[in-house]
Design a binder for this molecule. Structure first.
Ligand code: UGC
Ligand code: NI
Length: 169
């Protein structure tokens, strides 16, 4: 089995732009509401919910922690909806994504999401299932429900991508 090393980049809107939204206060449009008592950071992510009887779903995922070295052996995507992950306990997490290459994941990219960042994968964007770090962590998930099966998985046939180190940028 071939092992390809995968480096980890800091999560920024610009770097993540081909894959979805970075949910963070930094750089957001800020509106003062509620008679000035509340700041609204406006329109942070594009939520997509397509298909029959489609609706937006909110879940909480409690992810068990991963520690380096982390072997990425598969990727998945959701053809009918976006999927957002917002950390509820202020811990960083790993995000692994890829653009599509003729129906399979292209080259992988890994990002370290800070504790004050969430991500929203757009519909049909290849990503790895939740990769919590340090300890079991809860995430608010904004997902899609509907009649169609919304999960497509791809298991690498003859290689793995290994994340050897997760540096804190
Ligand atoms: N299967 C499921 O609901 N979770 C994955 O989609 C994931 O991205 O973690
Ligand atoms: Ni997913």
């Amino acid at each position: 089995m071939r092992v390809e090393l995968l480096g980890v980049e800091p999560l920024t809107k610009a770097a993540f732009a081909p894959f979805g939204d970075v949910i963070e206060v930094e750089g957001a449009e800020r509106r003062l509401i509620n008679n000035g008592s509340t700041e609204r950071f406006h329109d942070l992510a594009r939520v997509e919910a397509e298909g029959t009887e489609a609706r937006v779903l909110i879940n909480i995922f409690r992810g068990q922690p991963f520690a380096a070295p982390i072997d990425i052996t598969m990727m998945e995507r959701h053809p009918f909806g976006s999927q957002a992950f917002i950390p509820l306990q202020g811990r960083p997490f790993l995000v692994v994504v890829a653009q599509d290459a003729a129906g399979k994941p292209g080259p992988l990219r890994a990002f370290l999401a800070r504790s004050d960042q969430g991500v929203n994968y757009w519909r049909n964007v290849w990503h790895h299932p939740l990769l919590s770090l340090e300890q079991a962590s809860d995430f608010l998930i904004v997902d899609r429900a509907g009649m169609e099966d919304n999960l497509e998985e791809y298991f690498f046939p003859d290689f793995i991508c290994r994340i050897d180190t997760i540096t804190d940028f």
